[in-house]
Ligand binder design. Sequence first.
Ligand code: FES
Ligand code: FE2
Length: 452
Amino acid sequence: MLTTEENEVLCRVGPGTPMGKVLRRYWTPAFQAGDLPEPDCPPIRVTVLGEDFAAFRDSSGRLGFLDELCCHRGASLTLGRVEEGGIRCLYHGWKYAVDGTILETPNLATSTFRERVKHGAYPVREAGGLGWVYLGPPGTEPPFPAFSWTDAAADELVVSEMIMDCNWMQVQEGSIDSSHVAILHLDTLATMGAGPRNVGSFEFSGEPWDLDMPVPGRRGGAGRPGGPGQPGGWPSDDNAPRIEVENTPFGFHYAAIRDVTGEPGKRFVRVTAFAMPYTAFIGGVASGAVIVVPRDDYTCSSIGVFKVPKGAGGAAASRRAGGADPAVWGPEPENRRVRLPRQDRAAMAAGKSFAGFRGGNRIQDAAVQMSEGPMYDRAKEHLVPADLAIIRMRRLFADSVRRVEAGQAPLGLGEGCDFARIGAASQIIDAGQPWQDLVPGNQGVREPVRQA
Ligand code: FES
Ligand SMILES: [Fe+2]
């Protein structure tokens, strides 16, 4: 439980807020690179960490990430013309380069002003199908998190983004929350063939109900984020996993340890790694990650990025999942905004469905996470041991807030860390085997210590 004041600190991300200052010290995946598909294509508006920006790709293919409003008199640069090495404001024709240099001021004959002033521009780079920006103080950029999927070619990646109407922390907590998986996602488990299961006194028949659901390992389901395990089942009836957490150079990782039905000498272990501050690597999901980024205090993007074999239609899948038309000027592509289907109460009452939401894990997750409201007040919650990973994440953020306030760097910048070796796992092991053996690249610290 947090106090209402601590909750405010954790959730608010705008410029000048404690968490806003922390998040601006990491590379932030702010938009899909595919929304700027070619040199001189139409610009896009990006809302991230409570601020609006104009992103564009210049004639030589370089990305620019600028303050949205023209520094002459504030027209939106997202209305502008992208041509000949820059973006030109429609209103009076001022033209900007990707680094914020003012190239032309047609309604001002002399060059004195443009030589003195620069428009707000931020470091931006393209990796893993995303545009990553650095919004912190100049010169403080940390090493870029080169994850195992960030150097993949466009046709090896599936990127799917859901814009959700709730504070980002609700979604982030869901990403690292193991104990809901075999409860909320029972319909998914049933579709994957897990058979009958109990939730408390409720006996769920386990008959597949949502046959159109995308499922990992099944046609159409490649790389779907949030999958609960290997196709074919979930080898445990244990709904109260023991959670063991360790800090790592990039944040933390944890194991959710469950008994295995009928095999007392075995344990079903799911290891999740959390790379501060946005990215979760989830056990049982194909190579990739789930990234949650705040757009503002009440809206976030949940982005799944997954590596697929070359020729498996990665880029095409991205277009289907995102489907944005970058030529449309507006706050954001509406077809990325989650629209929940009607909850099927009849199927629930008949014992055919547990949650009643068609569409798979991400829809089920979105339903409960958005149901917490625009910004849940954690002063009202009651945490249990199954929530240990969530507690650790909040602690790393709270410690980072204190550190940044004291003029230090936040935690998890990964100095000296090989980001490409960060891993997750989902498998059965002998009861005596350390789960850490499954993920040596995470460099977990065995005795969790509070980092100073
Ligand atoms: S407002 Fe952009 S050039 Fe005047
Ligand atoms: Fe989930």
